[in-house]
Design a protein around this ligand. Structure first.
Ligand SMILES: Cc1cc2nc3c(=O)[nH]c(=O)nc-3n(C[C@H](O)[C@H](O)[C@H](O)COP(=O)(O)O)c2cc1C
Length: 428
């Protein structure tokens, strides 16, 4: 397929920020009209509190938990283990549980506000395996990440699909961290029959699956698809459709990504300290403009280079614009290779739409890709972003995702023709 024809290219092009586009539409919204960011199934569905003393339940709990409440101008916002563009939290988690002692075999919605599971479908000889991994049967967990896109499109309009995918990647990263803490391996899936699954989960046009994680034992055995669809329940209190977002999602369901053999990432975190990191993770709001050590930066790079445990593959290339790392020449790096020396603090501040974080960081990172599947590539960028947040906090450094940057000018600055999928900053 010609590069220009790859689905996602058009959407990406259509939703680029430029100096002009941001000046013309600065994204101001009336906070009073914000749609709800919690989905709740009707009361008649049975609910089960997530008990942190039980391994499986704690893993699910740690994947989405509220960890901080912030009050801002008489408004309180509940922040979670996963960061989210504008704290709008478009992502939801569903878990199929099979063969886990003490839990009914079924499909559950993770109700973040109540730290509980809502049983929305009981399994007999059916399940979600056939949509994701035909001819297999999973004992354990199949975790599905979905996006209730209006929560994000309410503010970010057409560009919001990028944030939905990035947030979904971060959420998968939160699942990965929870699995690490509970000593479980996970496999991530991105290329599967999401269309049918959306239909059978009753999502209409308002919510869509982006990725899945399997934590459990696989057995070669066919499983029936869901015997009846799950009723539609809206993830927001009101809804406005966005045709560009809906079309963007559908067109980026294909083609499937490149294939790789499954590889396990290696992280070396002390569990007790890492658990604290998961709870304390926040987005940096200001940096002290001090240097970070070369050793810390090498440790961070090592984490960024770890494989993503999936048979799908998308190459995410990392440009690091180093401003303040001890014993390292400031300049643009690809991985740890210097490609252009210089002081680019003002430039990266400008590229991040004049956000001070982009200028005051120790390193401003840009993730670019020549993707095959756009939806997967952006989720990978989000997942690597989550790893960056966690390793930075582990090293007592700050980190923030930056979804707003001038696309074309960033590409020109990096001298790349690959699309810029995400920016992040780290620092003291
Ligand atoms: C995809 C994504 C894009 C983001 N973009 C920005 C940004 O451009 N500027 C910024 O200051 N923070 C940005 N953030 C950080 C969010 O504002 C932050 O995650 C949210 O307010 C929740 O706070 P917390 O991360 O401390 O839990 C971004 C986060 C994500 C995940």
């Amino acid at each position: 397929m010609l590069k220009a024809e790859i689905p996602g290219k058009r959407y990406h092009q259509q939703t680029k920020h430029s100096y002009l586009s941001v000046s013309l539409d600065p994204n101001y919204v009336d906070a009073l009209t914000q749609p709800s960011c919690y989905k709740s199934y009707p009361q008649f569905y049975p609910r089960f509190p997530l008990n942190s003393d039980r391994k499986v339940e704690n893993l699910i709990r740690l994947s989405s938990q509220i960890t901080f409440e912030k009050t801002y101008k008489n408004n309180s916002v509940q922040l979670r283990v996963n960061p989210s563009a504008g704290a709008l939290y478009p992502t939801e988690l569903y878990v199929q549980i099979r063969g886990v002692q003490g839990l009914i075999d079924g499909i559950y919605h993770v109700e973040v506000a109540r730290n509980s599971l809502t049983l929305i479908y009981q399994l007999i000889d059916d399940g979600v395996e056939d949509y994701i991994l035909p001819n297999y049967w999973v004992k354990g967990l199949i975790i599905l990440v979905s996006c209730v896109y209006f929560r994000s499109s309410w503010k970010y309009k057409d560009r919001s699909l990028r944030y939905c995918f990035l947030d979904a990647g971060h959420h998968l990263g939160a699942v990965e961290a929870a699995a690490y803490l509970e000593n479980q391996y996970l496999q991530l899936y991105f290329d599967f029959d999401k269309r049918s699954l959306n239909q059978d989960l009753g999502f209409e046009n308002k919510e869509f699956i982006t990725g899945a994680a399997i934590i459990g034992e696989l057995k070669e055995k066919p499983t029936r698809r869901l015997r009846s669809p799950i009723p539609f329940v809206c993830g927001t209190d009101y809804f406005e459709a966005n045709s560009i977002v809906e079309a963007g999602y559908k067109e980026t369901l294909s083609p499937y990504s490149f294939h790789q053999t499954w590889k396990k990432p290696e992280f070396y975190y002390e569990p007790k300290k890492f658990l604290e990191v998961v709870f304390k993770r926040r987005s940096a709001r200001k940096f002290q403009q001090q240097s970070i050590t070369y050793e810390d930066w090498m440790r961070i790079l090592n984490v960024l280079e770890q494989p993503i445990p999936s048979v799908s593959f998308e190459a995410i290339e990392i440009y690091a614009v180093v401003h303040r790392v001890l014993n390292l020449t400031p300049g643009i790096y690809r991985g740890n290779q210097l490609i252009k020396a210089g002081d680019f603090r003002e430039k990266t501040g400008y590229l991040c739409i004049n956000q001070a974080l982009g200028r005051e960081s120790a390193v401003t990172l840009f993730f670019v890709s020549d993707y095959q599947n756009y939806q997967t590539a952006i989720q990978w960028a989000g997942l690597i972003g989550q790893r960056l947040y966690l390793v930075s906090h582990y090293l007592n450094l700050g980190c923030s995702g930056i979804g707003a940057y001038y696309d074309d000018e960033t590409q020109a600055f990096l001298e790349t023709d690959k699309d810029v999928l995400y920016a992040l900053v780290i620092g003291q």
